[in-house]
Write a protein that binds this ligand. Structure first.
Ligand code: TZP
Ligand code: MG
Length: 221
């Protein structure tokens, strides 16, 4: 099989749920199952932050979440940890600018999905040359989930990428909730990725549904 088809990937990125155990207020497996029932289209395991699991515990949770995803035909992506992604046969990896070199990562993962976080046109060009399949762009809105996040820029950089004629899949991240998701799509994103909008929701399934509604049909407000 060759590299992931860009239109298929754009569909997968629509409601991209990201989390690790530190983001969850109950069992991550339950959180993921609820989010899947609400209609998420892709999942990223991102084990970071205070109290994040390490070593064997991290790998075990990764395997558990991966099998839940695969039972429901949801692509399973691993953040940063290429070795883990290969070990659990994830569908792809997501890396930032401070992680392993994208070209090297592409070599290691073969045709698996490669997402790269980009913040300017140079990073975007480098990412594509290195074999990125999609761009992660953020923070769009203010977020407290990532302590070293850059300032929020709204949809400005997504628009800049589209104006520069990038047709590659783009997913926005940072402070996205059902009430503002439509504006991210209007800026030119193919989908939205969220952490706390779902992990901290009182009704995760319902919140995922609202997010999906906003992504596909625009804001209800
Ligand atoms: N990268 C940019 S903002 C962010 C990451 C990983 C955190 C997004 O979390 P939330 O809770 O959806 O704002
Ligand atoms: Mg990273």
């Amino acid at each position: 099989m060759g590299r992931m088809d860009s239109n298929k990937l754009k569909d997968m990125l629509k409601v991209y749920f990201i989390m690790g155990s530190a983001n969850c207020r109950k069992d991550p497996a339950e959180v993921l199952t609820d989010a899947i029932s609400g209609g998420i289209t892709m999942f990223q395991y991102r084990e970071k932050g205070e109290g994040a699991l390490q070593g064997n515990e991290k790998w075990q949770l990764a395997r558990r979440l991966r099998s839940i995803c695969h039972e429901h035909a949801i692509p399973f992506i691993v953040n940063d940890d290429i070795e883990l992604a290969l070990e659990v046969d994830a569908d792809g990896v997501h890396i930032g600018q401070e992680d392993e070199n994208a070209e090297l990562v592409r070599k290691k993962i073969g045709n698996k999905i490669l997402g790269v976080s980009v913040h300017d046109l140079k990073e975007a060009e480098d990412a594509i040359r290195s074999g990125a399949d999609y761009f992660g762009v953020g923070p769009i809105f203010a977020t407290t989930t990532k302590s070293d996040a850059k300032p929020a820029r709204g949809g400005a950089f997504i628009r800049e990428l589209r104006d520069a004629k990038y047709v590659n899949p783009i997913v926005g991240i940072g402070g996205i909730v059902p009430g503002n998701a439509a504006t991210v799509m209007e800026a030119g994103a193919d989908g939205v990725s969220v952490i706390t909008a779902l992990t901290h929701a009182h009704q995760i399934q319902k919140e995922a549904r609202l997010l999906k509604e906003a992504v596909f049909h625009g804001s209800m407000k």
